[in-house]
Design a protein around this ligand. Structure first.
Ligand code: MG
Length: 210
C-alpha cells in the first residue's frame, strides 16, 4: 500500500452536466422524475461521478475520465454505479476503508428535498458505510450562471479514508505505551521508552557500538 505510514487520506471530487428536456435525472443512483435529463455519455449521474473522482483523488489513482473515457463506446449509457463499483475494486483501495463522505448537489431544478433521504440510503449501500456517515446537501444556485438558469447541474464530493492497518498499529503502540525518538549514531529510530540503563543492558550489541 502506497503511503503506508499515513493513517488517513482525503479526496475531493466535482462534476457538472448540461441539462436538456427529458424524463428524469439519475442522482446518487436514484432516478429523480423531472422534465430534464443529463447530457452525458453514461447515465450522467453527477453525484456518483464526483464521488468517484473524490475516491480516486484520495488514493492518487487518476480521475474518472482516465479510467472510463467517454470515447469508449462500452461506457455509452452505462450506469454510474458500475463505475463506482469498479473504482472501489481498484488495487489502490485494498488498504483503505471509507470513513465518511459528504456531497453537495447544486441544481436550480429539479427540487431535490424529497429525494435526499433515498439518495443518502443509496450512497450508504453503494459505499458500504453507515447511513450516519453519508452527508448530502442540495441547494440552488440562486439563479446564477448556467446552473441557476436550469441549463446544468453540479455536484461536489469529499471522502475520508482510513488505512486498514491502523488498528493493528494502534494496538502495537498501545503495548509499547510510549514511543520516543532516540538519536543513535546520527540515525533517528523508534524505541520504547524504558530506563536508559536497562535498555542498554538488554541489548546484545558488540562492545563499542556507541
Ligand atoms: Mg460526469
Amino acid at each position: 500500500m502506497a503511503g503506508s505510514n499515513v493513517s488517513h487520506r482525503i479526496g475531493l471530487g466535482y462534476d457538472i452536466h448540461r441539462l436538456e428536456p427529458g424524463e428524469g435525472l439519475m442522482l446518487a443512483g436514484v432516478l429523480v422524475p423531472c422534465p430534464y435529463r443529463a447530457l452525458a455519455h453514461s447515465d450522467g449521474d453527477v453525484v456518483l461521478h464526483a464521488l468517484c473522482d473524490a475516491l480516486l483523488g484520495a488514493v492518487a489513482a487518476g480521475d474518472l475520465g482516465e479510467h472510463f473515457p467517454d470515447s469508449d463506446a462500452a461506457h455509452r449509457g452505462r450506469p454510474s454505479r458500475e463505475f463506482l463499483a469498479l473504482v472501489l475494486a481498484l488495487e489502490p483501495f485494498s488498504g483503505w476503508k471509507i470513513l465518511n463522505c459528504d456531497v453537495n448537489i447544486i441544481a436550480q431544478a429539479p427540487r431535490l428535498s424529497e429525494h435526499k433521504a433515498a439518495m443518502r440510503i443509496q450512497l450508504s449501500q453503494l459505499l458500504g458505510v453507515p447511513l450516519d456517515c453519508v452527508g448530502l446537501k442540495a441547494r440552488s444556485n440562486e439563479g446564477c450562471d448556467a446552473v441557476g438558469e436550469k441549463r446544468a447541474i453540479q455536484a461536489q464530493a469529499v471522502v475520508l479514508l482510513e488505512a486498514r492497518h491502523r488498528n493493528r498499529t494502534t494496538s502495537t503502540l498501545s503495548r509499547r505505551r510510549r514511543i520516543s525518538l532516540e538519536h543513535d549514531s546520527g540515525t533517528l529510530r523508534l524505541a520504547p521508552t524504558v530506563p536508559r540503563e536497562r535498555s542498554r543492558a538488554k541489548r546484545k550489541a558488540p562492545d563499542g557500538e556507541r
